[in-house]
Design a protein around this ligand. Structure first.
Ligand code: UTP
Length: 295
């Protein structure tokens, strides 16, 4: 079985749900306390053994390339002033030269189209996709959990998480084939985008982490626009399911949709409460604010 070495991170969307912040700042660069959301996702992928990152970017996303570059003046100044700890932390986050590629999606035609833009860099290898506006806070990296599952069953793997049944219409949902209680790896028979509550085949929502076989690119090449007039990854995966095996993996961890105002707020609170520097203060602040609610 081929190793999962490459990951595609699509970052070309407009981020309209978090305007006006995203008018000039890519939503993937919004800080979760002191680190951009994207840094957490790159860390998650690294912990899963990813060696090469393919960013699918668009206009106004230059800050992302600059973020992963060296900042010579800043680094020099930190060293001169003896701010060694800060310098070393920055240095540790800087990727090794040649481990990141940036391809451009000239028009935001949808997630499926964004993934297809990475086809030449991906080539014939199975690869991971991480949607960088979704953070998964977990003891073991969510993608690492999926990679372990991949080495058991191969094929294609989609991360899923349970949602209350009344909220299924907001998400892509999978249809499980059969499920053994307590097992996180689930064989799938179908997936549906935003089903009506009555028609939803399960309450397992698709969460923004995928391991896919390269044949998905051939399907995306001719994939017509679907829901919302966009070329949808879900439609292409549904077509690939007719030919290849698909499993869902119910990961252990909490996900935050930082592409929405409330999800972003939730993420900031959750990460602040566990932050090594400000965690205790953040927890105390929240506690005192909660005690004062309604007074
Ligand atoms: P979203 O639909 O969450 O991102 O796509 P968006 O389009 O930026 O969101 P809103 O609705 O305008 O707020 C999921 C991921 O796919 C990327 C986005 O950047 C995001 O990371 N994407 C989406 C692309 O790269 N290209 C696209 O054409 C669409």
């Amino acid at each position: 079985m081929k190793k999962i070495r490459k990951a595609v991170l699509p970052v070309a969307g407009f981020g309209t749900r978090v305007l006006p912040a995203t008018k000039t700042i890519p939503k993937e660069m919004l800080p979760i306390v002191d680190r951009p959301a994207l840094q957490y996702v790159v860390d998650e992928a690294r912990a899963a053994g990813i060696e090469h990152f393919v960013f699918v970017t668009g206009r106004n996303k230059g800050a992302i390339e600059d973020y992963f570059d060296r900042a010579y003046e800043l680094e020099y100044s930190l060293r001169q002033k003896g701010k060694t700890e800060i310098y070393e932390a920055l240095d540790a986050d800087t990727p090794e030269a040649g481990t990141m590629s940036f391809v451009r999606q000239q028009s935001a035609l949808g997630l499926g189209h964004a993934i297809w833009c990475a086809r030449d860099v991906i080539g014939d290898d199975p690869f991971a996709i991480l949607l960088p506006d979704v953070l998964v806070k977990a003891k073991k990296s969510c993608l690492a959990q999926m990679v372990d599952a991949y080495y058991q069953v191969g094929g294609n793997i989609i991360a899923v998480d349970q949602v209350p049944h009344e909220r299924v219409s907001n998400y892509g949902v999978i249809a499980p084939k059969g499920r053994q209680d307590g097992k996180r790896l689930i064989e799938m028979s179908a997936m549906v985008e935003k089903p009506a509550i009555a028609d939803a085949p399960s309450n397992l929502k698709i969460t923004g982490r995928y391991i896919l076989q390269p044949e998905i690119m051939d399907i995306l090449k001719t994939q017509a626009a679907g829901a919302g007039g966009e070329i949808q990854l879900t439609d292409a995966m549904a077509a690939l399911m007719a030919k290849q095996s698909f499993h869902a993996y119910e990961y252990e961890g909490e996900d935050y949709d930082c592409g929405s105002k409330y999800g972003y707020f939730e993420a900031v609170v959750a990460y602040a409460m566990d932050h090594p520097e400000i965690g205790e203060e953040a927890r105390n602040l929240l506690l005192s604010r909660c005690q004062n609610i309604g007074k």
